[in-house]
Every structure is written in structure tokens, then in C-alpha cells.
Design a binder for this molecule. Structure first.
Ligand SMILES: Nc1ncnc2c1ncn2[C@@H]1O[C@H](COP(=O)(O)OP(=O)(O)OP(=O)(O)O)[C@@H](O)[C@H]1O
Ligand SMILES: [Mg+2]
Length: 406
């Protein structure tokens, strides 16, 4: 935290690794696709061949049965003539027994290889139809039914996965609804109480102003919560129109820094800006929305640093080969390790009691992250209790040939 250079280096290193991983993944993806295509073609060929074999066998059996019938009649006539009626009867009985035995054996084999697995498949399908996607069948035969069973298992696991995602989404929706209801109910109850107090004339003249102020601040909070919710849900559903424009990042940030230094000067908070970009560098951004992101981080640094001695906020801008980095760092109270991963979640507030007075909705960083994501960027945070917090936004540098800044 004290040494900016090591932290910058760390972020650049993290970014490099991430990129290498992505490139490796992309390279492998092509290979996998080819491999999968091969695999699919091979699979199709095998099924085709098996079907052809089956058709051949079927045709062959039809002719074969007719021939065996004629041959059998000839043999019986021959036996009757040569060895006499009694002997021939015994031989025929023997042949019939062998024949029946073979048929029974064949049927039991068929049952084991086809009928039983088919029954299992049928009961599996019924379970799926009843909504039980956890069902998996043992694919112990190598024939067509075995292939079908394996395909059935694949289908079941896909359905199960889809169901899981749906449940998670549903849980999320319920949590969101509960949060919104709670966060709206609190100020409404408060406003109601204060208005009742005023109507019943139990408030002293000196206190009326205070009552009205509380009512106003609660109404403002509700207004902000609804605005934020509206913005967040639009971002979440990717329904927000962004107006991306090729922008000189140095000039863009200079304007913001000027405004911030004015705001912080008024609040008597120390502020510094450090910039290390020597060439003209462009990014593809929606200036207004990105401002919202950066402003959220600054507002947090002020809001959660209040009361800390010698509070200082630093901003920085630097770049590597493909990206620019905007850092905002404070030496405030910091965030505990187990909580820092959660701060981008909507409605998450580290200290619910304290933030109640600070007019906080817990949507700020969730919105910030959505906006950065829409810019194909990333946001990192590192924080240490009592030392401070650093937020860094990474944005891809605009590349003319690709025309989209990625
Ligand atoms: N610079 C910081 N220092 C300490 N804590 C922080 C800092 N920035 C964020 N936090 C913690 O992260 C939580 C989430 O921040 P976020 O901006 O999402 O919500 P909020 O500030 O509570 O609400 P909103 O921004 O909507 O008013 C905050 O409640 C706060 O506890
Ligand atoms: Mg905030």
C-alpha cells in the first residue's frame, strides 16, 4: 500500500498472466474444435457402419430361413427313407429340443442386451419427464442401446446444469426483491412516523425544521435508490445504450482530476495526481458512464475515509502495451480481507449500521463494475485495514485496425 510501484507492477503482472492464459486458451480452442469435429465424424461413421451391418444381416436372415426350411424337409424325407420311422422320430425330437434350447438361450441374451436396458431407459425418460434430472443410467453394453444410454446421460446432465442455473437465477431474484423491499420500506416507515408527528402537533416549533429535514433526506434516499436500481437493472440486462467514442484518455482524465481536486479542496482532503503516459493514447469509452464509475470510487474514498486523520486520496494513470490503468487510492480505514471480495455485489455494505447514515444503497460498486465490464475492462481492488484501499480500472487501448478498442 505504501509503495505504489510494487502494486502497479503487481497489477501489470496479473494482467499479463491473464492475457497469456487467454491466448493459450484461444489457441487450444481451435485445436479442441478440430478434435471435436474429428470425433463427431468418426462417431457418425461408426453408427452408419453398424446400421449397414444390421440391414445386411436382416436381408441375409430372410433368405437363409427359406433355405434352411427346404433343407430341413429334404433331410427329414431322407431320414424317413433310410433309417425308418422310429429312429427318425427320435432324431427329430432331439433336433427340436436343441432348437428350442437355442431359442430360449437367444431370447435370454436378447433380453439382457436389449430389453432390460430399454426398460431402464424408459424408466429414466419417465423420471426426466417428472422433473428429476439427477437420473443417470449404467451404460454397460457396447451396442446401439449402450450408445443411446450414454447420450441419455449426457442429456440428463445438461438438463441438470440448466436447472441449477435457473435455480441460482431465481435465488438471486428473490434476494434482490427482498433487499429492495427492505430498503424501500425503511425510509417510508421513517417518513410516515415523522409526518404523523407533525400532523398530531406534538412537535415543538423549533423541531419542525429538523423533522422536515429528516423527511427530505429520506425521500432523497428513496429517489436515489430507485434511480440506482433502475440503472443497475438496465445494466444487468444489458439494455443500456452506450455511446462509445474514441477518446484521448489523458485529456479525459485531466478534466475529471480538475473537478475532483476542487471537490476535495473544499472538503480539505489532500489530493494528488500522478500520470505516466507520454504518447497520445486513446480508449473507446462512453465518457458519461465511465465518469459515473470513477466518481463512485472517489465518493466511497471520501465517505468511508471521513474521520481518519490526514486522509489523502491519490489518483494515477499509467499504461502497458494493451491497456491503460486508472488507480484511485486512499489511506482510509480499509476493508477486512474476508469482505473485500463481496463489495462488488449489489446491496453489499461492509458496515450496515454505519452506512445507514451515509445515505448508501450498496449499489455503487455493482454499477461501477457493470460499466467497466461493458467497456471490456476490469476492476481490481486491494485493501488493508487501517492502511487504505486501492481501486484500479483497466481499459483496453483503442486499436485502429480492430475498431473496437479490444
Ligand atoms: N474506499 C473504501 N474504503 C473503505 N470501505 C469501502 C471503500 N469503498 C467501498 N467500501 C465498502 O464497500 C461497500 C460497498 O460500496 P458501494 O459503493 O457498492 O456501496 P455504498 O457506498 O454503500 O452505496 P452507494 O455507493 O450506492 O451509495 C461500502 O458499503 C463500504 O463498506
Ligand atoms: Mg458507494
Amino acid at each position: 500500500m505504501k509503495d505504489n510501484f510494487t502494486k502497479k507492477d503487481l497489477i501489470i503482472e496479473m494482467e499479463k498472466r491473464h492475457r497469456e492464459h487467454r491466448m493459450h486458451h484461444q489457441k487450444n480452442y481451435g485445436h479442441h474444435r478440430k478434435h471435436n469435429m474429428h470425433h463427431r465424424e468418426f462417431h457418425k461413421e461408426m453408427v452408419d457402419r453398424k446400421l449397414n451391418e444390421l440391414f445386411f444381416l436382416h436381408k441375409y436372415m430372410k433368405i437363409f430361413r427359406k433355405i434352411t426350411l427346404i433343407v430341413s424337409i429334404v433331410i427329414i424325407l431322407f431320414l424317413l427313407k433310410v433309417i425308418g420311422f422310429k429312429m427318425a422320430t427320435w432324431i427329430i425330437i432331439l433336433v427340436l429340443i436343441i432348437n428350442e434350447g437355442t431359442i430360449v438361450y437367444m431370447i435370454s441374451r436378447m433380453e439382457k442386451r436389449f430389453v432390460k436396458p430399454m426398460e431402464k431407459l424408459q424408466s429414466g425418460v419417465r423420471k426426466i419427464a417428472d422433473g428429476d434430472y439427477t437420473v443417470r443410467l449404467e451404460a454397460d453394453t457396447k451396442n446401439e442401446i449402450g450408445i443411446l444410454t450414454r447420450e441419455f446421460n449426457k442429456m440428463a446432465s445438461k438438463l441438470e446444469e440448466g436447472e441449477k442455473i435457473k435455480m441460482e437465477y431465481e435465488e438471486n431474484r428473490k434476494a434482490l426483491l427482498a433487499n429492495v423491499s427492505h430498503d424501500l420500506k425503511t425510509p417510508i416507515t421513517c417518513i410516515n412516523g415523522y409526518v404523523e408527528g407533525l400532523l398530531e402537533n406534538v412537535v415543538s416549533k423549533d423541531n419542525v425544521d429538523n423533522y422536515l429535514k429528516v423527511i427530505k433526506s429520506n425521500a432523497e434516499y428513496m429517489n436515489r435508490l430507485i434511480d440506482d436500481l433502475f440503472l443497475f437493472s438496465k445494466l444487468d440486462m444489458q439494455k443500456l445504450d452506450f455511446k462509445f467514442e474514441k477518446t484521448n484518455i489523458k485529456l479525459y482524465l485531466n478534466d475529471i482530476v480538475e473537478e475532483f481536486s476542487f471537490i476535495l479542496d473544499e472538503k480539505e482532503i489532500k489530493f494528488s495526481y500522478e500520470e505516466s503516459i507520454d504518447t497520445e493514447t486513446f480508449v473507446n469509452i462512453d465518457g458519461k458512464r465511465l465518469y459515473r464509475s470513477i466518481r463512485n470510487i472517489l465518493d466511497n474514498a471520501i465517505k468511508y475515509g471521513l474521520g481518519k486523520e490526514n486522509l489523502k486520496i491519490e489518483m494515477m494513470l499509467y499504461k502497458d502495451k494493451d491497456s491503460i490503468f486508472i488507480g484511485i487510492e486512499d489511506n482510509g480505514f480499509g476493508i477486512e480481507k474476508d469482505k473485500v471480495d463481496k463489495i462488488f455485489q449489489r446491496f453489499y455494505r461492509v458496515d450496515k449500521e454505519r452506512t445507514k447514515d451515509l445515505n448508501s444503497t450498496g449499489l455503487g460498486l455493482a454499477i461501477t463494475k457493470e460499466i467497466v465490464d461493458a467497456h471490456k475492462g476490469e476492476i481490481y481492488v486491494s485493501s488493508e485495514v487501517n492502511i487504505g484501499t486501492n481501486f484500479t480500472i483497466r481499459l483496453p487501448i483503442f486499436k485502429e485496425d480492430k475498431n473496437n478498442g479490444e
